[in-house]
Design a protein around this ligand. Sequence first.
Ligand code: ZN
Length: 171
Amino acid sequence: MDVIGPETVVTLHYTLKNDAGKVIDSSRGGEPLEYLHGVGEIVPGLERALAGKAPGTKLQVVVPPEDGYGPRDPNGKQEFPREDFPEDLTIEPGMQLIVEDEDGEEVPCWVLAADARVVTLDLNHPLAGERLHFDVEVLGLREATEEELEHGHAHGAHSHHDHDDEEDADI
Ligand code: ZN
């Protein structure tokens, strides 16, 4: 395979800035990012821009919120009693938690504040509503392994993802 397409694992370096030009995240100076193309492991706007690209390609992509982390929901902020959460769990602002809604769906949330009585969660991703400015260099490609396709994500040599979500529970 010469270019990025479905069932490709892509290695790339990226820098992500917001509209103000502030660096929010970057792989440069560390391990490059590896992702499995075509499964939504990265935001849709960036994934779309990378399709068909070959190693060595450098590109700059501006991703609007609807193709990034979604629009910001003004009602996304919610308070919960601290006792709803496991006692031994350390809850700190900025942390991501997975909570179950009334229908038993798992919903990712971000902790805005926490004290002994109340935990304030935001259902919005911290980058919801932001236009994302990516500066990307495609370093390499390879075919995804069976296991990666099954899991729906890349298993980089240096990735330390834990298999604690349900679909990975057999590992
Ligand atoms: Zn996995």
